[in-house]
Design a protein around this ligand. Structure first.
Ligand code: BGC
Length: 402
């Protein structure tokens, strides 16, 4: 039997926190492309976002609850459609709102990490051609300039674009044809992938000129090949993952987001195998995905520091959330021991929130009553807060599951 230490200690200064995104928590982002889609005739979105968690007004409460558990970092996103409601028209009030959020983080004792774009764009940007538009990167750079007052002080890490690879897959699905694979994500649109890389790099130029450290976050898929399908798996993986990690070379950090794994067989990506445990999103329960994603990001970027910007599980069983997270952290620690420079772990999500079309898959450390917006801190939040306070995962805390 392998010798198991009593506890796993994380590097000094390791960030421990949780993440959210504007459209999923704020409510009433009526000027965003996703809201438009929610109400489009014949929409395929089953449930609209509505008031979401009303975090646009309740963010201080969210932050206070997170801080009360022992967590020290909060990742949230700016809602571009509020800040720039029409091309080039910036809302000073919206910029002030997000600056107040940064200040509120500090007041609560949390380090803010700000994401400039988490999937949604203003309606005008969508109408203009979205990330396919020749001017998309310039639009995003202009937006980055406009939000400098939010991130210039007291924000040690800025994430430019969340999961560009998932955005590109969404575009691939829209484009149809050969992009549509048998299962899972569509093949990423090359045009949109290129547009996002340009936007990221231009935005980083703006941020770096101000001395602000930035990177972006990539959705990692822990791709596994079925026997004999190694080449196919590599071909599936490259445009989806490595392409975006290569674009992170030279960044100040790379955000790794991991939830599950994907098997690739002769016909492409496969659904979870019969009999495996799946979560409320239908994904395989596979906490080791985090270590695989982190190691791959470290290797492909040529050793850019890693921050885990999302990791979590959609479940109604909060004990299972603790099991999953303990296992994921145990795996993450293995990578750290092997020399991967990991700066922090941000759980997805702080709140049960709008899971892009549905409220049912609950990822939150904190529950939100859908009618009253009352928040209830779950045991998993207290558990993760204890890990954060100790900067160490003890097997007693992990309930013996790790
Ligand atoms: C996204 C989140 C999403 C989560 C769970 C990530 O793809 O960044 O917005 O809610 O995964 O699906």
């Amino acid at each position: 039997m392998m010798h198991r230490p009593e506890s796993l200690t994380f590097p000094a200064g390791f960030l421990w926190g949780a993440a959210t995104a504007g459209h999923q928590t704020e409510g009433n982002n009526v000027n965003s492309d996703y809201w438009q889609r929610e109400y489009a005739p014949g929409t395929t979105v089953p449930e609209p976002s509505g008031d979401a968690c009303d975090s646009y007004h309740r963010y201080r409460e969210d932050m206070a609850l997170l801080a009360s558990t022992g967590l020290d970092t909060y990742r949230f996103s700016l809602e571009w459609s509020r800040i720039e409601p029409e091309p080039g028209v910036m809302s000073r009030a919206a910029i002030d709102h997000y600056r107040r959020m940064v200040e509120a983080c500090h007041d609560a004792g949390l380090t803010p990490m700000v994401t400039l774009n988490h999937f949604t764009v203003p309606r005008w940007m969508h109408a203009d051609g979205w990330w396919r538009a020749p001017r998309a990167a310039e639009h995003f750079a202009r937006f980055t300039e406009a939000v400098l007052p939010v991130v210039r002080e007291g924000v040690p890490w800025v994430c430019t674009i969340n999961e560009p690879n998932i955005i590109a897959c969404g575009a691939g699905a829209e484009e149809g044809g050969a992009n549509l694979v048998a299962h899972g994500l569509a093949r990423p649109s090359r045009q949109v992938s290129d547009g996002l890389v340009r936007a990221h790099h231009l935005s980083r130029e703006v941020l770096s000129a101000e001395g602000i450290r930035s990177g972006w976050s990539v959705a990692t898929q822990a791709i596994h090949a079925e026997p004999g399908c190694e080449e196919l798996a590599r071909a599936y993986s490259y445009p989806l993952e490595e392409f975006f990690l290569e674009a992170s070379r030279g960044d100040d950090f790379v955000g790794v987001q991991a939830y599950t794994r994907t098997f690739v067989g002769p016909d492409g990506a496969l659904p979870p195998r019969d009999g495996v445990e799946t979560t409320l999103t239908g994904w395989e329960y596979f906490p080791a995905a985090l270590e695989i994603g982190v190691r791959n990001a470290w290797k492909v970027t040529g050793h850019v520091p890693v921050i885990v910007t999302e990791n979590g599980i959609a479940t109604a069983d909060d004990d299972r959330r603790i099991d999953y997270t303990a296992e994921a952290l145990t795996h993450l620690h293995e990578a750290i021991v092997d020399g991967v420079d990991v700066r922090g772990y941000l759980h997805w999500s702080a709140l049960d929130n709008y899971e892009w079309g549905r409220y049912a898959p609950t990822f939150g450390l904190i529950a939100v009553d859908r009618t009253t917006f009352a928040r209830t801190v779950k045991p998993s939040a207290r558990w993760l807060g204890e890990v954060a306070r100790a900067n160490s995962l003890s097997f007693e805390l992990a309930g013996g599951s790790a």
